[in-house]
Design a protein around this ligand. Structure first.
Ligand code: PAF
Length: 306
């Protein structure tokens, strides 16, 4: 299968490397990443190992392939969608964190948009060198739920490359469950510079559980059947299984990068408001992470007066 992977962060590099063991992969990346991959390929270490040499380009315009895998940060989805729209793909799969990405892609694209969730752990050590910190699972399916032969074909292609893959008919509920996991783990680990296991301990646990419960309640208000118990079990079992991992948002904060708070806690706050619900924990976490982003940007611009 010909696959274009948009984004060479931790997840894009991991998926690009694993898929390139079996398929013809093109990685669309920023210059430093594309240069590193063109020079030496991608080195994958940790729980999965490979050295592969996919094509790499900084220009994603006009590409054609059987599948485009979108692994850019949530706030770059709109720009990725515009670029993807200049090419031709039989299917587009979002494996991004946060909510709203598939809808943004579908607005610009004719190709069917599939939704995916990924529980593999990955840390990008440097451009072209990614560490797999935990073998997890990819779940994918039509973004509105149901079956499609396209989702089955993509699932089989992922399996052939050695990725643990489940093709699911209930992606809306799975996406909300994943959102509840991210809303519980990501902002707290980012704000406290801790690993995922920290949300299992007091006092973070009470905050993580409150954010997760609020997310499940908001999901139900939108018509998605996600119980508090299901969401809490998912959040705590992911935190336990990835206890020693650094969440993507904590990695962003540690590296001084913009975070995906708007499409995680911010998304919960916005959907809750539409349904007249109060979600004070998600609101506070979103406000605190945005405060960090604003202050960090101000200091980085040299306006660090105290
Ligand atoms: O964003 C992340 O880091 C991951 O989605 C998760 C599930 C929190 C594990 O680290």
């Amino acid at each position: 299968m010909q696959i274009v992977v948009f984004g060479a962060g931790s997840l894009g590099s991991l998926l690009g490397a694993v898929l390139a063991r079996e398929h013809e992969v093109t990685l669309v990346a920023r210059e430093a990443h594309a240069d590193a991959v063109r020079a030496d390929g991608i080195r994958l270490e940790g729980e999965l190992e490979a050295v592969v040499h996919p094509r790499a380009t900084t220009d994603g315009a006009g590409l054609e392939a059987d599948l485009a895998v979108v692994a850019v940060k949530a706030f770059d989805t709109e720009s990725a969608a515009k670029t993807l729209a200049t090419g031709r793909f039989d299917a587009v799969l979002s494996v991004q964190n946060g909510m709203g990405n598939e809808a943004t892609l579908a607005e610009s694209l004719e190709a069917p948009v599939l939704s995916g969730t990924v529980t593999y752990g990955a840390i990008l050590r440097e451009p072209g060198f990614v560490e797999c910190t935990g073998v997890g699972e990819i779940t994918l399916g039509p973004r509105d739920g149901g079956r499609s032969s396209l989702a089955t074909a993509v699932g089989e292609a992922f399996e052939r490359a050695g990725l643990e893959t489940t093709v699911a008919e209930d992606m809306p509920v799975r996406r909300w469950r994943k959102l509840a996991v991210n809303a519980g783990i990501n902002p707290i680990t980012a704000l406290t510079a801790t690993e995922n296991g920290a949300v299992l301990e007091s006092p973070a646990n009470a905050v993580a559980r409150a954010a997760t419960r609020e997310t499940a309640r908001t999901a139900r208000a939108t018509g998605v059947s996600l119980s508090n118990r299901d969401a809490l079990e998912a959040m705590e079992s992911v935190a336990a299984e990835t206890r020693a991992n650094t969440s993507s948002m904590a990695q962003d904060v540690l590296a001084g990068r913009r975070t995906e708070i708007d499409s995680i806690s911010g998304y919960v706050v916005d959907r809750a408001a539409e349904h007249g619900l109060e979600v004070p924990t998600n609101r506070l976490l979103a406000d605190l992470v945005r405060t960090w982003e604003r202050e960090h940007a101000r200091i980085a611009l040299g306006d660090g007066r105290s």
